[in-house]
Design a protein around this ligand. Structure first.
Ligand SMILES: Cc1ncc(COP(=O)(O)O)c(C=O)c1O
Length: 369
């Protein structure tokens, strides 16, 4: 049996390149609390991503929780059921009620045409997800937010480095949140960030991620410990040196899948949206009824030959027990999300995936293996 292939494999630069960073940390004895690598990485990421202000976090979930607090969001927030569960969990952690709105069937992002009907007097914000790194319909969503005086926080966990015609997609809305989890395009083992438009908001966020301290003796909010450590920040600095090559390799993998799966009956590749610069974070395919197997049979068959794909996002967030009984979680309210959850498989895509391994995945789907 050939080596197992997983849906992703974290990108790790050569170990010896990391040693000098560790030596610096050992010499300085500064391990956390906004040390030199933390400061360097915030600036380097602003430069790389083309954004003005960025605050690093220990992970993306704490960043989402803090983003909601920074904007003092309460009541109800409109969001998508088709995401990783942390999107909705960040609302529950703040005592906010998620209101689920269906996705648009071609992009699997929150459907702007369905948002207005879900707004109530308790709605204070919209939290869409740039699912798989494909940008939402940011203009349409911003228009609704403006019309109803709602805040807009993008869960941009998948959207590192993605650009549209005007620049980084992370500039949209009031805040955007990134994840640097091991499975992401850019990883710091664990990590995350909030992107915000001004220095004043960054200061609020930085206080909230440090227990609410504003100086040595004053605490102004019940903030959390969301700080990224120096080890993670140093690793981020090293990762940035390799990120362009890593995304370029992902692009090749994406192009090969599209070319070789194009004519397979019953298999649809989710279109890369209209973004100017994609990040090729995931490779979702939709397994339609006219494919020779069901989605789950294909998933199991791939597993049997050592190819471990993922059915992201199945189950839907709205299928989990803490959300299932909410009125907006009713499957009748979310037909497109429910269809997608039954059809999607994410195929292996990562910089170290070899041509031979990718061909094995493709042959299995085509049915020649
Ligand atoms: C859409 C989405 N939101 C939030 C998160 C949470 O990020 P983290 O794992 O860094 O806490 C993830 C991934 O892990 C995600 O995919």
């Amino acid at each position: 049996m050939p080596k197992s292939v997983f849906v992703t494999q974290p990108y790790l630069p050569p170990l010896e390149e990391f040693i000098p960073y560790l030596e610096e940390i050992w010499a300085s004895k500064i391990l956390t609390n906004g040390g030199p690598f933390h400061q360097q990485l915030e600036q380097a990421l602003c430069d790389y991503l083309g954004v003005k202000h960025l605050s690093l976090f220990a992970n993306g979930t704490l960043a989402l929780v803090t983003a909601l607090q920074a904007l003092r969001i309460t009541g109800e927030v409109i969001t998508t059921p088709y995401s990783f569960v942390a999107t909705a969990h960040s609302l529950l952690w703040n005592g906010i009620a998620p209101v689920f709105v269906d996705v648009e069937p071609n992009t699997l992002n929150l459907d702007p045409a369905k948002i207005e009907a879900a707004i109530t007097p308790l709605t204070t914000a919209i939290m869409p997800v740039h699912c798989y790194g494909h940008p939402c319909d940011v203009e349409a969503i911003q228009k609704i937010a403006d019309n109803y005086n709602l805040k807009l926080i993008y869960d941009a966990a998948h959207a590192f480095g993605v650009k549209d015609k005007g620049g980084s997609v992370l500039r949209h809305g009031d805040l955007s949140v990134l994840s640097f989890h091991a499975t992401k395009v850019f990883n710091t083992f664990e990590g995350g960030a909030i992107i915000c438009p001004d220095a004043k908001t960054k200061l609020t966020i930085d206080r909230l991620k440090n227990f609410g301290f504003v100086d040595e003796t004053t605490v102004v909010a019940s903030g959390i410990n969301g700080k990224m450590s120096e080890i993670n920040a140093a690793f981020g600095m090293l990762q940035l040196k390799h990120i362009d090559a890593a995304i370029a390799r992902r692009k090749d993998v994406d192009a090969t899948y599209r070319k070789l799966l194009k004519d397979v009956k019953g298999i649809r590749c989710l279109e890369n949206a209209v973004e100017e610069e994609a990040n090729y974070a995931y490779f979702p395919i939709l397994v339609d009824d006219d494919y020779s197997l069901s989605r789950d049979d294909l998933y199991e068959n791939l597993k049997e030959c050592g190819v471990f794909t993922r059915r992201y996002f199945y189950p839907l967030i709205t299928d989990f027990s803490m959300y299932r009984n909410m009125p907006s979680a009713n499957p009748e309210n979310l037909p497109a999300a429910n269809v997608a959850a039954q059809k999607v498989i994410c195929l292996p895509i990562y910089p170290a995936l070899t041509d031979v391994e990718q061909q094995r995945v493709i042959d299995k789907i085509i049915g020649t293996l």
